[in-house]
Design a protein around this ligand. Structure first.
Ligand code: NAD
Ligand code: HSO
Ligand code: ZN
Length: 427
């Protein structure tokens, strides 16, 4: 792994930027094709990129039940416990209503409603992500969304992994389609004969998925740009090099475009971590992916001070931030921009990826500067409501009419005044 001194300019904007341009061209063609040719295009792309020849996209109840019955009992228990933790944390998230009484028996408020339909993207190109089923579906169901749809790419045999179907059953989702990538996002946005369109698409995926979500935004809502995974670790001389290396590799193994960055105040830790990464890479079954990610987008920076490291992280706004230093909680309080923070050596990112109860669908590519991780609010809408009594209107309408005329909007002024035209109806 490359080691250099921390300067002002470090970035998560991977040189994928160039690759993204190519990916974007593909993504735009795919979306146009799905819009025009519907299911036919879905079948063609599924054969091209997933190697599966399908004649129908929908997973049957039978397939879900069979997967559940033949699945490892211990893993079902573990998934159920993870689901319980995720549900507990997300159930605490507010559907906070603001009831705001005004004078003269009037009021304004928010009316909070769940979205009617959402499409959850569950990645599956190079690995199965049952954990992403739970992370997407539980907040949607806690919010009260009626139609919750999962899309995920099938294997060459035309199947979804049993683990994904089991997690869907545990979460309580039954509408599942075997389609992934940009074509799945296009289908959810525009609808096809097999897949009726949804109102919002959430969930993580590779750069094709993330770009496709960005392209269909406006036709549907999206949660955020949750692309190839990232981690930044701030560590000082108290950290263990082998532990830090294992955390960097845990992200690198997700994707060739994943990004793992260590910022440390200890030169000696920097050197040891670099050696450890090389050693541990060989122990990973996904060595090839992890190595490509580390070689292209992995970096160790030596900072002059903890303050410099924190400033750099706030500039990076990484998807995940681990803090393995003395007084790590105090350091965490100084972080403004990160998708999720993991404090201390016993809270490695994998704890949150699977189990703690926080959400692992998180903003990447520095979008944590303005986006949050997936939560119940992503599946809710707030409609403002206004009720003015006649007395309230009588007192306020001249002010409102004046403001309208200030904007030279005579129609607005007349509209608020018009209630005085029919005097017979007033008290
Ligand atoms: N940010 C987050 O919250 C988060 C969470 C979990 C996973 N992830 C990320 O999800 C991603 C999972 O990636 P994945 O690839 O394993 O699965 P994926 O499901 O995201 O993508 C697989 C699909 O990509 C499409 N594709 C592959 N090669 C293509 C090509 N050459 N042209 C057009 N389309 C192509 C195919 O349709 C395929 O079905 C990783 O990047 C991982 O880091 C992110
Ligand atoms: N680290 C991923 C988010 O970037 C989430 C995940 C799922 N499974 C394992 N990890
Ligand atoms: Zn992970």
């Amino acid at each position: 792994m490359k080691i250099s001194k921390l300067t002002d300019s470090i970035s998560l904007q991977r040189s994928v930027e160039q690759a993204n341009v190519d990916h974007l061209t593909t993504v735009r063609q795919v979306i146009e094709d799905v819009q025009k040719n519907g299911d036919k295009a879905l079948f063609a792309y599924t054969e091209k990129w997933d190697g599966a020849k399908l004649t129908s996209l929908k997973v049957t109840q039978n397939e879900i039940d069979e997967a559940f019955e033949s699945f490892d009992g211990q893993l079902i228990q573990d998934l159920e416990e993870a689901a319980t933790n995720i549900r507990a944390f997300h159930s605490k998230q507010s559907r906070q209503n603001i009831d705001f009484p005004l004078a003269k028996n009037s009021y304004i408020k928010y009316q909070i409603t769940a979205l009617d339909s959402v499409g959850l993207y569950v990645p599956g190109g190079t690995a199965a992500y049952p954990s992403s089923v739970l992370m997407n579906a539980i907040p949607a169901l806690v919010a009260g969304v009626e139609r919750v749809v999962i899309v995920s790419p099938p294997s060459k045999e035309g199947k979804l992994p049993a683990s994904v179907l089991v997690a869907a059953k545990i979460a309580g989702v039954t509408e599942i389609y075997k389609v992934g990538g940009a074509q799945a996002i296009a289908a959810l946005a525009y609808g096809t004969d097999s897949i009726p369109a949804v109102d919002k698409i959430t969930g993580p995926g590779n750069s094709y998925v993330a770009l496709a979500k960005r392209e269909v935004f406006g036709k549907v809502a999206i949660d955020m740009i949750a692309g190839p995974s990232e981690i930044a670790v701030i560590a000082d001389e108290t950290a263990y090099a082998d532990e830090v290396a294992s955390d960097l590799l845990a992200q690198a193994e997700h994707d060739r475009f994943a990004c793992s960055i260590l910022i440390t105040t200890s030169e000696s830790l920097a050197e040891q971590v670099a050696l450890e990464v090389e050693k541990q890479l060989k122990q990973l079954p996904r060595e090839e992916i992890a190595r490509a990610s580390i070689e292209n987008f992995g970096h160790i920076y030596v900072a002059e001070s903890l303050e410099q490291a924190i400033d750099a992280v706030n500039e990076l706004a990484p998807e995940h931030l681990e803090i393995i230093t003395k007084n790590a909680e105090a350091v965490a309080e100084q972080v403004k921009h990160a998708g999720a923070i993991f404090i201390g050596r016993f809270s490695s990112e994998a704890v949150g990826d699977y189990f703690a109860g926080t959400n692992h669908v998180l903003p990447t590519n520095s979008t944590a500067k303005f986006s949050s991780g997936l939560c119940v609010d992503d599946f809710l809408k707030k409609t403002s409501v206004v009720y003015y009594s006649e007395e309230m209107w009588k007192e306020q309408y001249p002010k409102i009419a004046r403001l309208a005329r200030m904007e030279q909007l005579e129609g607005h002024a007349r509209s608020v005044e018009s209630r005085s035209w029919n005097k017979g109806d007033l008290n």
